[in-house]
Write a new protein. Structure first.
Length: 330
């Protein structure tokens, strides 16, 4: 049976047999019978940093893809609230590989922290937004002048906010950024302690569906909102072949996600505590497919534009060259 036939069978079975754990576990088992592993016994440890938005990593974790790929390795999964914390852990040697949005690696590289971009996922500008409360009178970006806006410093939402302020014809000094982690920002947003919130999925979907938050703007036309996979230079140097295997298993996971989106929403909901409709909403906003691939010239150029903009505003201390941090497989 081919992979495509098997995935089709799995999806059909899920759609006709009802909901719940039985269907989900059946679908999970099906992946294990069809995926192909180029087993690498040389890797002894793999420490992965992920966050709630890391769908492909979440599925890889649930399916134990890396345990099968690296049978002699100790695999550990470490959840973080956002990308900046993941790259801090990467810099101090607490993890080997992590996944973030576009801004955290720019901050890290500007601070001389060691990292390699090893892959990216397609742009997803609709998966981030600047939100306002349901009863807010703010309807235009220029109305953000003088307003308090919650945002995780150094996150992808930070860049979205920078671009939105620029589009509005405002200066960065015209707004009052309130630096908060997603959980603290959500609490401040619900209490009315901030006027707006720049955020990404799944927090975006959660606020939109549960708090009836309104979208002032999405990332469309402002920020490509790439997902990047990053690794420590030490890990890459010691395990160059493993990097390719890590990317391959991300794509095994994504292939399964695309064929089993309802089951994916159930898995994400159970692993994160998100409500099923929230998981479904942010899964639907992802590109189809969302494979991991080596960075292209366009992706590097987009990332360089982000870095240049942050250097102009002195958000980062110095200009940087993105290409110097891109792993080429050599």
């Amino acid at each position: 049976m081919t992979q495509q036939q098997n995935n089709t069978q799995t999806t059909s079975w899920l759609n006709t047999s009802g909901h719940g754990m039985t269907a989900m576990l059946f679908a999970c088992a099906m992946l294990g019978t069809t995926a192909v592993w180029a087993v690498d016994p040389s890797v002894k440890e793999l420490r992965i940093g992920f966050q709630k938005s890391s769908i492909n990593f979440a599925i890889a974790k649930q399916q134990k893809l890396y345990e099968k790929e690296f049978p002699n390795a100790k695999i550990s999964w470490n959840e973080f609230p956002a990308g900046p914390q993941i790259l801090e852990a990467l810099a101090v040697g607490s993890i080997d590989v992590g996944v973030t949005g576009d801004t955290p690696p720019v901050y890290a590289q500007a601070a001389n922290k060691p990292l390699y971009y090893i892959a990216y996922e397609a742009a997803k500008p609709l998966a981030s937004a600047i939100l306002v409360p349901k009863d807010s009178q703010l309807t235009q970006l220029k109305a953000l002048k003088g307003k308090r806006i919650a945002v995780q410093k150094g996150s992808s939402a930070h860049y979205l906010l920078v671009q939105a302020v620029r589009k509005a014809g405002l200066q960065w000094s015209d707004i009052q950024p309130v630096w908060l982690s997603p959980a603290d920002a959500r609490a401040a947003f619900q209490k009315g302690a901030v006027d707006a919130w720049a955020i990404w999925d799944p927090y975006f979907a959660s606020a939109q569906l549960e708090d009836q938050a309104k979208v002032l703007t999405s990332g469309q036309g402002l920020s490509p909102n790439y997902t990047f996979y990053l690794a420590s230079p030490d890990f890459v140097k010691k395990n160059p072949k493993a990097v390719t295997s890590i990317i391959q298993q991300i794509n095994v996971a994504d292939q399964w996600v695309q064929a089993n989106r309802t089951a994916t929403a159930q898995i994400i909901g159970q692993s994160t505590g998100l409500k099923p409709q929230v998981s479904q909403a942010f899964i639907e906003r992802r590109p189809k497919p969302s494979r991991a691939a080596p960075l292209t010239a366009k992706v590097i150029a987009d990332q360089q534009q982000l870095a240049n903009r942050f250097a102009e505003l002195k958000i980062i201390p110095k200009p940087i060259n993105i290409k110097l941090a891109v792993w080429t497989g050599k």
